[in-house]
Design a protein around this ligand. Structure first.
Ligand code: IDP
Ligand code: MG
Length: 156
């Protein structure tokens, strides 16, 4: 079975608004497997590394300040098509534009406080995950109910 890993961060606004449980539930309900999950305070160095692609943009400094301002929950989700499935569950970047039914669409009204980060490609995931997780923090196990979440015969 072809699986991929993605980095999900439940951002400071979501932790402060006590939405962690509801956001984790969205991923669990979809059948996503958490391979890593921890509450941390992001350091400035980690934030600058995570957001290095945005260095120089008008929102960069406030983004680094925001993500380091209060604890976050960092997660690794592992599954077939996990990156696109998680991005779809998150919704569009800006709360006012995100569709109802998505995490940002249901919980977010702000552009910069948008509750959640998710890797946008396998390359991004491979770069982002080691910023927060050592290999031994990422667990390899089966979710038994996934026998009926994905067709075991495979899908095109
Ligand atoms: P994404 O989180 O949907 O992948 P990116 O374009 O990668 O969106 O931007 C990273 C983060 O930077 C966003 O999640 C948001 O917190 C912040 N951000 C992006 N564009 C803006 C902006 O125009 N104003 C304020 N914050 C922004
Ligand atoms: Mg992004």
């Amino acid at each position: 079975m072809n699986t991929e890993k993605t980095l999900i961060i439940i951002k400071p606004d979501a932790v402060q608004r006590q939405l962690v449980g509801q956001i984790v539930s969205r991923f669990e309900q979809k059948g996503m497997k958490f391979a890593g999950l921890k509450l941390i305070h992001v350091s400035k160095a980690q934030a600058e590394n995570l957001y290095s692609v945005h260095k120089g943009k008008h929102f960069y400094d406030s983004l680094v300040e925001f993500i380091t301002a209060s604890p976050v929950v960092v997660c690794v989700i592992d599954g077939q098509k996990a990156i696109s499935i998680c991005r779809n569950l998150m919704g569009a970047t800006f709360g006012p534009q995100a569709q109802p039914g998505t995490i940002r669409g249901d919980f977010g009204a702000s552009v910069s406080y948008n509750l959640i980060h998710g890797s946008d490609s396998p390359e991004s995931a491979n770069r982002e995950i080691p910023i927060f997780f050592s290999p031994s923090d990422i667990l390899n196990y089966e979710i038994i109910s996934n026998r009926w979440t994905y067709n075991p015969a495979g899908e095109k």
